[in-house]
Unconditional design. Sequence first.
Length: 580
Amino acid sequence: MKNKKGSRRNKPAVKFVQDRISDLPDDVLLNIFERLDTPDAVRTCILSKKMAMLPYLSITAWDHWCKMLRDKKKREERGYCEKANVEWEPSVSDLKHQNLAKLTIHGFQPDQTLRVIEAAVNLKKVILYDRKVGKCCASMDPKIKVTPSRYPRTIEEQELLKKIRQDRISDLPDDVLLNIFERLDTPDAVRTCILSKKMAMLPYMLSQFVVDANSFIPKDDDDSGFLSLRDTVQMNGAVVDATNNILTFRNPQIPLHQLRLRFYLRYYDFLSIGKAVSQAMATHDLDIIEFTNVTEKERIECTNDDLLFFAKQFNIFFSAYPGVFAGLTRLQIQNLRFDESDIPNILLNCKKLEFLRLYNCKSKSRTVLRVEHHHLVELQIAYGNFETVELVYLPKLERMTCQIWVLPESSEQLAPMLRELQHVTLRKLPEGCDINWTMFIVEAAPKLKELSITVWDHWCKILIDKKKREESGYCEKANVEWEPSVSDLKHQNLTKLTIHGFQPDQNFVGYVMRMMEVAINLKEISLYDRKVLECCEDLDPKIEVVPSRYLRTIDEQELLKKEMAEGVGIALSDVIHFRS
């Protein structure tokens, strides 16, 4: 039975559909809501506690005009009913959605459809598009009356509409406004607040202060990705002004818990920032203090003299405010060439440090980097020149990212240092070599949850010339010799294994079968083909690339999955997935 316009049968039918939808898995729900054609999807999404966890929502409102049926009888025969709003009343009068962060509307018109902004208190981005008009709609039946789009075309109209929305936001209670602004970068919150006298003091009440120099990229930037010296000076100056204004005039009675700054290492700027942060630390009990120090040149542009100069600047900053660095919990630095004792000195003085990232940070002499810290949870090292990274004492280390040469050792030696390790990613393992040696990490890290391995010869970057290979420190491919410490290893926590570059040979198949025996709670094994980038399309003809034998058909994949599961006598074929 087709429901006529205004029929009361609409309401229970809608409720039934909504109840059924809310029972679907999250990935299916996301897939559905990305393709919805009605703004009423917003109301549907917030009806269920389960669907209230959805992080983003995309809506397309569109009458495909050229496909509209005008004949009333044909419409009834095909089951079309007249347009009608879905009758719905919220179960709570003061609905607040905590997780919706992004809203996209195709077919936006300047009416009341944006009321969701007031309900989604953590909304970070709203993207609005005009209605769709297909080429097939160009020649339409003249009987079809199409309401002209009222989408704002000019910048003035768009800014006016945004201001109207901001004025409505300013009418919200202070606690709700604070909840919204806590999710924004501090400069964005300040820009919004200056539109209203009522909101003018809110930036000084935020529990976190987050400022990134990139928030101040000049509006006339040509989108080329290139920033001039004038640009960086202007951007850094804006960071200094924001830091001084907000932190200096902040009421010490209002708690400040997080302080995150990303700025260029410019002499007078970092001294001013250090002073403001020092004052904030004296009056507030900060849980997180993070510095990300960037340089005016990218890694590939930096000469040795540049690295020495930037390191000198950082050391001046570090020496000028030892108390500030003693309170840091997160530090990211780049493009520095240190003396041998500099990094150990940073670790010694940054006593509260939990996260450290060293990007293109090098020693003046290729040497051993000894890492010892009581509180460090995560360590990232990229593009360093250290011959050896020695983890001396890191009792709280959970994650380490480094492209390094790995020397497998016995679990007795490694266990004290890797006992908290939970996620491991090993990249660029040479193709054609045994990967069984990576099991030494499984032995030494009892809390390991995920292991990811990428077997890949980046063909276009392979050096053929033997002399250049020796100068660059490359050695010939060779299998790593390693024997397990125990014959009956059982791992309790490893649940996910990912292999990029999988091939159906004894090397990989035997490794997967061994892992199925060892990781007794394994829930997912994802197998991917080898990587191929566009830069590898035109290769040196001297480089002989063995074609991939990755299984393409479902029948081949299912047969291998069955063989591996039966080979170890464990019914785990359902956890093995061949990924595209």
